[in-house]
Design a binder for this molecule. Structure first.
Ligand SMILES: NC(=O)c1ccc[n+]([C@@H]2O[C@H](COP(=O)([O-])OP(=O)(O)OC[C@H]3O[C@@H](n4cnc5c(N)ncnc54)[C@H](OP(=O)(O)O)[C@@H]3O)[C@@H](O)[C@H]2O)c1
Length: 375
């Protein structure tokens, strides 16, 4: 594992970070002891960066991190996010998770099969009082008195334009409750808005072989401004981990976006085969070695996935020539979109973050009284 400076801050981070969105969901099937084992295996393999959010698994993701790293807090960098609010249904579900899990297993229920009314719509709140109280909740679940990085969770552009979040975040920083703050952006265009504020230390963006838009639209600006880039979804939420035969054997794509994505992944399989390595390893290395990326998140859950990730990292780096072929190989027109809300809703694997984008109208910000942080 190699380590990098986190933008122009004084934080040092492992080049790969553990994406914790799938830790603890009712539909995941992994036991708590397996999840804790995955976290410890990653730590032993040198991973020091952990990306979570208050709403991941209704707070359980943060709680698992708190448990895994009790007594080792100073050895890890914890980045969490706030801004989404849990609907009542999900808060209730969180309380009865131990009862729900066996039912879900027995009935082989999948999250996507539940009607939206059962799941409940997510809303957002970036008001100063909400941000402050949500951070307190995160600190409690993580069993810590500070966050290394606090990120606004997918704020709409108008929230970024208004900049009302700066005052409460600066107050939290002065109080020592957060060390740095940044923004987990939905679209590369949002990164440009973030760069207006020198106080913003990091941005998180979707970047993979399949969604290369941020390479031109976001990364160079961040490099220039000393802003750390957290690259997420390097496997395109799992699409790039599927074998060519799995893709060919699967059901036909439901729409044009999915068809183009599948065709692009098949093309990447052919390019990766030409480099003599599997696509999963190629996908990870492509993002990890992008100049300007501080940390590449890998969405993991099981100890086997962690072991795969550590093995893939140890492979020989891609040559410039190989990178060049991957850079232009996604589709006839270079690559697919950068992956905004619309394209995420297109393939079910976006549920990896367990947020139903379709339920969050772009730009929706609701009032604090309508909003609940995970308890
Ligand atoms: N707006 C935001 O702030 C936002 C949005 C999305 C993601 N994120 C962050 O980014 C992280 C990564 O996102 P992500 O999980 O959607 O995308 P990802 O890292 O591109 O992909 C994760 C997917 O790859 C699969 N996978 C992982 N290791 C594998 C292996 N060794 N072999 C086969 N399959 C493997 C997982 O399978 P399983 O399903 O079987 O585990 C999962 O479906 C999240 O955890 C979260 O921290 C943030």
């Amino acid at each position: 594992m190699r380590y990098r400076r986190f933008g122009s801050t004084d934080l040092t981070v492992s080049e790969v970070g553990f994406g914790c969105a799938r830790l603890g969901g009712v539909f995941q099937g992994a036991s708590k002891s397996d999840l804790l084992r995955s976290l410890r295996l990653a730590f032993e393999g040198g991973v020091t960066f952990y990306d979570t959010a208050d709403i991941y698994a209704q707070g359980e993701s943060e709680a698992l991190l708190g448990e895994a790293f009790r007594g080792r807090r100073r050895d890890v960098i914890v980045a969490s996010k706030v801004g989404y609010c849990l609907p009542t249904q999900r808060r209730l579900a969180a309380r009865i998770k131990p009862l729900l899990r066996p039912v879900v297993r027995l009935l082989r229920l999948r999250r996507q099969s539940l009607p939206g009314s059962v799941r409940g719509a997510l809303a957002q709140d970036f008001s100063p009082p909400y941000l402050t109280s949500a951070v307190e909740g995160s600190l409690r679940r993580l069993r810590t008195d500070y966050l290394d990085v606090l990120q606004l969770h997918s704020p709409p552009p108008e929230v970024l334009e208004r900049g009302e979040f700066l005052a409460p975040l600066e107050t939290l920083k002065r109080a020592g409750k957060i060390r740095q703050y940044g923004v987990a952006c939905e679209r590369p265009e949002d990164v440009r808005l973030c760069l207006r504020y020198p106080q913003i230390a990091s941005v998180q963006i979707n970047l993979s072989l399949l969604h290369q838009g941020a390479l031109d639209a976001a990364v160079p600006g961040c490099l220039e401004h000393g802003v750390a880039v957290i690259a997420r979804q390097c496997y395109a939420s799992g699409l790039l981990t599927r074998s060519a035969s799995q893709l060919a054997a699967g059901p036909p794509p439901a729409d044009e976006v999915q068809r183009r994505e599948r065709d692009a992944v098949l093309r990447f399989h052919r390019i990766a085969a030409g480099t003599g390595r599997p696509l999963r390893e190629t996908a990870l290395q492509f993002v990890r070695d992008t100049a300007g990326v501080a940390v590449t998140l890998v969405g993991m859950r099981t100890p086997d996935q962690v072991a795969d990730c550590l093995r893939d990292l140890a492979g020989a780096p891609l040559s410039e020539d190989e990178r060049g072929r991957l850079r232009s190989g996604g589709s006839a027109r270079g690559n697919l979109s950068a992956g905004g809300r619309r394209s995420h809703a297109g393939h079910g694997s976006q549920a990896g973050e367990r947020i139903c984008w379709a339920s969050v109208p772009s730009g929706s910000v609701i009032t604090r009284s309508q909003c609940h942080a995970p308890s």
